[in-house]
Write a protein that binds this ligand. Structure first.
Ligand code: MIG
Length: 650
């Protein structure tokens, strides 16, 4: 049961699409005005767990931390950093009381969850205009499902987007992409798609291609399609200010850019130099931006990632003096650049304006919705441009954006802590309606190791978005660059053998408003021992993943809340053994994976394939000791989704 309490005149975020009755009084929390801000407080009980705030640092249980919803382009993924790229203002209190609460405001919100042992949840909203949704339910799982249903049906990618993707900041020409395809084919490692990072563009300009390095993009897309590989270009938020740039000219004609205080267009320095930001809050501007994707779809492209949409700003007119000089020096000496100081960024965010619902909004006050509305613009545009599904994922997001596309979790590092962080983000993202999600496998910053990449792949094998991505100054990170590619083949092929299950479970979750990845405690709420387990996750209805995420380890201990079937995959066969409730030690060498199947559940697996185009829905083996499995299978492309596609396997 969801109700909403309205404070002031909230901005329409469209985070929730269900009709929600209005309540007079806020339950659970106390409200106080704190100057121009609003403070919400709740006294925690000793054993309460607090879920939510999906794209933040720290644990799945947010207790003990301070988090700030203020979308930020930051590669500092350490616990002292309160803000990453997204704002998902959901809390679920699980303990003495059970409820969810969603602070629906695009302005800055600070959350202190038993911070410095205060014993309180303190939520400070910078704006007094907001909707607060309160969600009552008998369990945290029920509360999360209730919220997902109220958000509305989550984004459904094509089947090929569940295949493995390779990416790197630095693939510069057609040959770089051919090399990737060849590398994977020679090693026999499955692959479905390759990302094109900003290097494909003409001088980093959106909706353009460097003609020297990609003389005929449409023909190249076709060439790749013959290998069953899709190209997935990046699109940044800022549009280069340059007469002759057709997107810039169209944006001016359509009056689609954000304006500054003086009524001119706001200028922000990003990768292509000076840009204007499309006013994604304005429906007309969104419609225009969506149409621009025709540039790619006409060339046969069906997948995209949206970046820099917090929005990131390297430099602006409001930053005079040395910073400006730095910018030009940086432009000359490679792209190395100093991050804008936070103070300057705030000044920039206070210097431009949006038009929505016949009103003018200062960017700073609606900051956290910007990236989400870029995703919406792209998604609604692509829906018109393409007759079938497309891949779309974004760096910045807000609750509700999960209806339009997926998310990746930004510039992590090649370290074991961030592999664990990936595991922690997954259930939390699912609670907030982001089912198609994942991290940069192998790590974005720094040099990965063979061992880290293999262990990371064995985690990503279970996340809907499985993409190996790295930065421009790091070592080669494609799987075939390492010795002993057999082990990489083994782990990536595990993903492809699990595809019938993963796809089917994703579709069922998406069509019923369920979560795809859940914490153990959501399924076994009565078992005290699972309350703190964050390195075992439930994937779909039947799998408990139990990856090894410690350097040098080949064993780990696993807690089983019930009798299950242990499954070990060695690259060729699945070996099933009954495992008893309690703590067991499992062993998985590099190139192997161990997971469990819940009691009474089945998991369909297919034969080994190297591309989603080879998926075989007929010859499935059912793992697990249960009875039947309800398989969702369709062509993976049309939008005629329906639970009528379910069929029972025995
Ligand atoms: O300023 O496009 O998070 O995935 O490779 C960096 C280059 C811009 C940040 C993204 C990253 C991408 C990179 N981008």
């Amino acid at each position: 049961m969801i109700t909403k309490v309205v404070f002031g005149t909230p901005f329409r975020t469209d985070a929730i699409t269900a009709e929600v009755p209005q309540a007079e009084m806020l339950q659970h929390f106390q409200v106080n005005a704190e100057g121009a801000q609003t403070l919400f407080t709740y006294p925690l009980q000793h054993r309460d767990i607090v879920y939510g705030l999906s794209e933040t640092m720290g644990r799945v249980n947010k207790r003990g931390g301070r988090y700030i919803s203020f979308n930020t382009d930051t590669a500092d993924h350490t616990d002292s950093n309160p803000s990453l790229y997204a704002s998902h203002n959901l809390l679920i209190v699980d303990g003495g009381e059970h409820f969810g609460i969603f602070f629906d405001t695009p302005a800055k919100v600070t959350f202190e969850i038993d911070y410095r042992n205060s014993g309180l949840i303190r939520v400070l909203c910078e704006s007094g205009d907001l909707n607060v949704y309160q969600i009552e339910g008998s369990s945290s799982y029920e509360i999360a499902r209730e919220l997902n249903r109220a958000i509305g049906r989550c984004y459904i990618p094509p089947l090929w987007a569940f295949g493995f993707g390779q990416s790197r900041f630095g693939y510069k020409c057609e040959q770089d992409f051919r090399d990737v395809v060849e590398g994977y084919q020679k090693a026999g490692i499955p692959l479905d798609w390759i990302c094109m990072d900003i290097d494909y563009m003409d001088r980093f300009i959106d909706f353009s291609v460097d003609k020297q390095r990609f003389p005929d993009l449409a023909a190249f897309v076709q060439e790749m399609a013959e290998e069953n590989i899709r190209l997935v270009p990046i699109v940044d938020a800022g549009i280069k200010v340059e007469p002759g740039n057709p997107t810039y000219e169209a944006g001016i004609r359509r009056d689609a850019f954000c304006r500054n205080k003086e009524g001119g267009y706001f200028r922000a320095g990003v990768w292509p130099g000076m840009t204007h930001f499309p006013d994604f809050l304005n429906p007309d501007a969104r419609a225009w931006f969506g149409e621009e994707y025709a540039f790619y779809t006409e060339k046969g492209i069906e997948g995209f990632w949206n970046d820099m949409n917090e929005p990131a700003i390297f430099y602006s007119e409001y930053a005079k003096g040395p910073r400006k000089l730095n910018f030009y020096l940086d432009m000359i000496f490679g792209k190395f650049r100093k991050k804008k100081k936070e103070r300057d960024l705030i000044r920039d965010y206070k210097s431009f304006f949006h038009q929505a619902d016949g009103k003018t909004y200062r960017h700073y006050d609606v900051h956290n919705i910007f990236g989400a509305l870029m995703t919406r613009a792209s998604s609604e545009g692509l829906e018109k441009l393409l007759p079938h599904r497309f891949l779309l994922f974004s760096r910045s997001s807000y609750i509700g954006a999960g209806r339009y596309g997926g998310v990746w979790t930004g510039d992590n590092s090649s370290c074991w802590e961030h592999l664990m962080l990936n595991l922690r983000h997954m259930p939390s993202l699912n609670m907030c309606g982001f089912l198609y999600s994942g991290a940069d496998t192998g790590g974005f910053m720094g040099d990965t190791t063979r061992e880290l990449l293999l262990r990371w792949l064995a985690v990503s094998a279970f996340t809907p978005l499985m993409r190996n991505h790295t930065g421009c100054f790091t070592r080669q990170q494609e799987c075939y660059q390492f010795d002993g590619t057999e082990e990489f083949k083994s782990i990536v092929s595990l993903r492809y053998r699990l595809l019938p299950y993963l796809y089917s479970e994703y579709m069922k979750a998406a069509l019923t408003g369920d979560l795809f990845i859940k914490p153990l405690a959501f399924l076994f709420p009565e078992d005290e021992k699972v309350r703190d387990i964050e390195d075992q996750l439930i994937v779909g209805e039947g799998i408990m993943m139990t990856p090894i995420v410690t350097e040098g380890a080949t064993t780990r201990s696993v807690y089983l809340p019930q009798d299950m079937t242990m499954v070990k995959y060695d690259g060729k066969t699945f070996t099933s053994t009954p495992a008893q409730k309690g703590t067991v030690t499992i062993e998985a060498a590099l190139g192997e994976a161990v997971f469990f199947i819940l009691d009474g559940k089945r998991v369909p697996v297919g034969p080994a394939i190297t591309n989603t185009s080879q998926i075989d829905w007929e010859h499935l083996e059912l793992l697990g000791n249960g009875g039947e499995y309800a398989l969702y299978a369709d062509d993976g492309l049309t939008r005629e989704y329906s639970l009528d596609n379910l069929r029972i396997l025995r």
